[in-house]
Structure formats: structure tokens, C-alpha cells
Design a protein around this ligand. Structure first.
Ligand code: NOJ
Length: 545
């Protein structure tokens, strides 16, 4: 289905902006971002032109995995503020026409969550079966061969009760047993708690992990040694067919969606799931056969793709081709688990990538700071925070470099915390150049580019709701496509190389460049002979046929 502009819903039209709350704005100057900090930046976000904020976890948590280890699903971590601050954030965001979605972490709780504290207290505890507890095999070995994403086996021995418990991530993140109806009910109650507080939806952490093979069978070896979205070393030595993604997941997803739908009278409440699957047909099953599961599974295809037009075209066409009738695509370039796009492909190409992200059919998600061109920051070993980076050394999985404080201005600590405060991760050295205040009024800055691009996308139905088609052309360095809506045609031409390119496109009408990544070009062009400078992208409005 190619809906027209009037038919698209807020989560389809809008652009999502991911806030990593620890790193966005520190209002109380303890070196860690907080909700009041986010509230002070709502006007910035509104001017930027995004539509939806996604807040990474803000729940009470011992922070073993920086909030993805939740110890209370129905409260706010005092480090981030209070429920009253959260209510204010929702109200103030809604007043500005912004939507707010929050992270929900269903696969595992913290080991400090009262549920797990009870569960591990004795084999007879009523909450024992809320988690996975298993005896060793007869020969004394681990219950099965499952591995933790963060390194080592997925089983941890408990001295007190003489059994192993399962943790797909850190040992401080025991997996919840969703086959126990009490667990499911408790989690749905938590979702309802936030729906009642008027959130607009949820980002579901590792949504496909929550249903495992009920017999806990071993995973087979991965003979191909294929790598998923990033090198994971030992974890990739297996095919993850039994520890994640059991088909019963779809039953849970349908129940979750039904709950959201019950709260969707004033506007649809939305869900996007973190699903690291790159077989698009399999990935697409998470929309549900009747589009009754997730509104969207996140599409991480661009994150692992080499920066060349063939690889990106393959992802776009793979995704478009696999979508069930009526399902809505989405794209992302980065998040709190991935090296920043500006570091992966360089600052100039990062603008081209942003143009791509914001001109494709489907919902784009921007990672905080990418709009000003923030890059990864080298973290010296003594300041390293991320447990993944500490556990699995040598293959670059540490996630601190992409989580550093947002760069707001030229003052020490970049306006994230007051000068002199020790921030939880160091601020980038070049913050006096790359920051919001310096870029705000600079006509050539990345921020100006991002704002113009976002405004153009919002104002142009073809760009946010139109049909997509690739324009085939012989030049191997560029990706060119058309977006069309009610007879209006827009051409997007992106040069992935640092060399200038001359394109001869099979298009018979002239056009007008409306935006170039270099921000210095608004001329008439003939697509039969289109010149792009190195790393340049252009959005061209084609003349009526
Ligand atoms: C995926 C999250 O994005 C990541 O940050 C986290 O460490 C794992 N899930 C475990 O919750």
C-alpha cells in the first residue's frame, strides 16, 4: 500500500529522535543527564523539526547495563528525576506537538529487581518460575550451550539454591520467563501503567528474545561464521535458533498490540521493536500476518551495510520487497549500540546519509547529536564504562564512544553539565566547533542542513508519504531514486564517492535543486546530465510532465 498524505498516521509521517538520557542534558550538574534537562531542550527539538522522542531507559536500575537492567518497571530512577518530572515532560512535549515513546525492556530484569531477589531466595519461592532455573546436566556441565551476547555462557551458577539461571546479556540481567502467565501479566500491567501516564508508545528492547525453545535445546553451530549486524566473536559461533525467536513470540506480540490498541482511541499508541534480523522475510513476520503485531520492527540494514550505493539499494529493495501488504518501512543509521555514522563514513558522507535517511519511504530514526555531526569519542581504558566493551575485548564492541555528552555550546563541558563537573563520559575534544550554539546561525552548518532537510521532508508529501522507485543508472557510485505523490515527482541523487560524478538519468523533464548537502546550490538542472560533486547529495523537484 502506498498511503496518501492524509492517510498516514503520526508515527508514519513523523521522524523519531533517540535521546540517550544519561547524555542529553544534565540539569542538576551531577555529570549525568536527566529528565529536567530534556525538558529544557524541548524547544530545541521542536525547532529542529523532529516529531517523536524516544527515551532510552529511565527506570530505577543499578546501571550494570546503563538502565537496560531494570529494578522497577513502574518508576523513574532518581538519577533522572521523578514521576512528576516525567509527567511534566509528557505534557510539555505534547503541548509542542511532540510525541514521546519510552524504552521497555521485557526480556530481562535487573538481578536487583524484587522479583529476582525473591526468585533466587529458594527453590520453593512462588517467583522461582518467573526466571529460568535449571540443574546442571548429569555430567555436571551447563544446562545447554547458550551464550551471552556480552560474552561467556548464558548460565550463571547460584550457590544458595544450587541451580543455574539464564541471562542472555549480563549475569546482572536474568531472563524473565514469559511462558509464565504471571510474568506476562506483570509486564503488561507495567505497560498499562505508562499508557495511563499518556506515553505515545514503546521501543521494545530485544523483542525477539523473549520467547525461547520450551525444551531449551542446544543451538547448532554456525558453520558459515556469518556476522550479523556487528562482530560478536564467540556469540556468532552459533545459530541462534533456540535461544531466541521461538514462533510463540508472535502470540505475545499480538497480545501486546491488542493492549496498545485498547489505548488508541485518541491517537494510535505505537510500538517499534528492536529486532536484529537481516533475513527480510523473517524480519517482516514481526509486523504480524494481519499487521497485528509490532507497528514496525527496527530495520538495522543500513548499520551493517558498506557505504556504497549497491549495498544500500539492496537493503532498501530487500525491505520494500519483503513488507507485507500495508506494512510501513523504517530506517536508522545509528543508535546507542553503534559507532556514530560520522565516524563510520566520515563527516561529509554523513550528510549524504542523513539525506538518504530522511527521503526514503518509511519512518526515520535520528540518533541524538547526529544532526550536528557528532562523532565517536575515544575513551581511555581507565574511563571505560560499557560492560560489553570490558567483557569482550579486542573487537571494538564497546559502546561508550557513541554515548558521550551532547554538545550544546562552547563552554567547558559543552553546556551538557556546568563547567568543572566531571561528566560520566568525556566530552569530545572538538566540542567548541561541533555544537548547537555555533551551528545554529551558520548557514553552512550540519545543523542548518538537518533542519532544512527535516522541514522539507515535513512540508513535502512526496518525501514523507510518496511512492519509492529506484532510478537505474550505469554509474556505480551514486544512488538515485524517485519519490512520487499525486503526480508530484521528486528526485534524490546521492553520490557515495568522494569523486565528482556526471549522471545521465533516463528522465525527460527538467528540475530544480531544492537542497544540496553542501547547502550552496538551488539551480535548475537537467537530469539527463546531472553533475554531483564528491560526497554530494541533492533533492530535486522535477517539473510537471
Ligand atoms: C539492546 C540495547 O539496545 C542494548 O543497549 C542493551 O545492552 C541490550 N539490549 C540488553 O538490554
Amino acid at each position: 500500500m502506498q498511503p496518501n498524505s492524509n492517510e498516514t498516521l503520526w508515527w508514519q509521517r513523523g521522524v523519531i529522535y533517540q535521546i540517550y538520557p544519561r547524555s542529553f542534558k544534565d540539569n542538576n550538574n551531577d555529570g549525568i543527564g536527566d529528565l529536567k534537562g530534556v525538558i529544557t531542550k524541548l524547544d530545541y527539538l521542536s525547532e529542529l523539526g523532529i516529531d517523536t522522542l524516544w527515551l532510552s531507559p529511565i527506570y530505577p536500575s543499578p546501571m550494570a547495563d546503563f538502565g537496560y537492567d531494570v529494578s522497577d518497571y513502574c518508576d523513574i530512577n532518581p538519577m533522572f528525576g521523578t514521576l512528576a518530572d516525567f509527567d511534566t515532560l509528557i505534557k510539555e512535549a505534547h503541548q509542542r506537538g511532540l510525541y514521546v515513546i519510552i524504552d521497555f525492556v521485557p526480556n530481562h530484569s535487573s538481578d536487583q529487581h524484587p522479583w529476582f531477589v525473591e526468585s533466587r531466595s529458594s527453590r520453593n519461592n512462588p517467583k522461582r518460575n518467573w526466571y529460568f532455573w535449571e540443574d546442571p546436566k548429569e555430567d555436571g556441565s551447563l544446562p545447554n550451550n547458550w551464550l551471552s551476547v556480552f560474552g561467556g555462557p548464558a548460565w550463571e551458577w547460584d550457590e544458595t539454591t544450587q541451580q543455574y539461571y539464564l541471562h542472555s546479556f549480563l549475569k546482572e540481567q536474568p531472563d524473565l520467563n514469559w511462558r509464565n502467565p504471571e510474568v506476562k501479566q506483570a509486564m503488561f500491567d507495567a505497560i498499562q501503567f505508562w499508557l495511563e501516564r499518556d506515553v505515545d508508545g514503546f521501543r521494545i528492547d530485544v523483542a525477539h528474545y523473549i520467547m525461547k525453545d520450551p525444551h531449551l535445546s542446544d543451538n547448532p553451530p554456525n558453520l558459515e561464521k556469518t556476522i550479523g549486524f556487528k562482530p560478536m566473536g564467540e556469540y556468532d559461533s552459533q545459530l541462534h535458533v533456540n535461544d531466541i525467536g521461538h514462533r510463540d513470540i508472535h502470540v505475545v506480540m499480538r497480545e501486546f498490540r491488542a493492549l496498545l490498541d485498547r489505548y488508541s482511541t485518541s491517537r494510535p499508541r505505537f510500538s517499534v521493536g528492536e529486532i536484529h534480523i537481516f533475513d527480510w522475510a523473517k524480519w517482516a513476520t514481526y509486523y504480524g500476518e494481519k499487521l497485528d503485531e509490532l507497528h514496525m520492527p527496527f530495520n538495522f540494514g543500513f548499520i551493517g551495510a558498506a557505504w556504497n550505493p549497491q549495498a544500500f539499494q539492496k537493503v532498501i529493495e530487500g525491505v520494500e520487497g519483503a513488507l507485507p501488504q500495508g506494512a510501513w518501512p523504517n530506517y536508522v543509521l545509528g543508535n546507542h549500540d553503534e559507532h556514530r555514522i560520522a565516524s563510520r563514513i566520515g563527516p561529509e558522507s554523513a550528510r549524504t546519509a542523513m539525506m538518504l535517511l530522511l527521503t526514503l519511504r518509511g519512518t526515520p530514526t535520528i540518533y541524538y547529536g547526529d544532526e550536528i555531526g557528532m562523532h565517536d569519542v575515544d575513551i581511555p581504558p581507565e574511563l571505560e564504562q560499557d560492560p560489553w566493551g570490558k567483557n569482550v575485548q579486542g573487537i571494538g564492541v564497546g559502546r561508550d564512544p557513541e554515548r558521550t555528552p551532547m554538545q550544546w555550546d562552547t563552554t567547558p563541558n559543552a553546556g551538557f553539565s556546568a563547567p568543572g563537573v566531571q561528566t560520566w563520559l568525556p566530552v569530545a575534544d572538538d566540542y567548541t566547533e561541533i555544537n548547537v550554539a555555533s551551528q545554529r546561525n551558520d548557514p553552512n552548518s550540519t545543523l542548518t542542513f538537518s533542519r532544512r532537510l527535516l522541514a522539507l521532508r515535513r512540508a513535502t508529501p512526496a518525501l514523507h508519504a510518496g511512492k519509492y522507485s529506484t532510478v537505474q543508472q550505469a554509474n556505480g557510485q551514486c544512488l538515485v531514486y524517485l519519490r512520487e505523490y499525486q503526480g508530484e515527482q521528486w528526485l534524490v541523487a546521492l553520490n557515495f564517492s568522494s569523486e565528482a560524478q556526471d549522471l545521465h538519468l533516463p528522465i525527460n523533464q527538467g528540475g530544480q535543486i531544492v537542497l544540496s548537502t553542501r547547502l550552496d546550490r538551488e539551480e535548475s538542472v537537467n537530469p539527463n546530465s546531472l553533475h554531483l560533486r564528491g560526497n554530494e547529495g541533492c533533492i530535486i523537484k522535477l517539473a510537471d510532465n
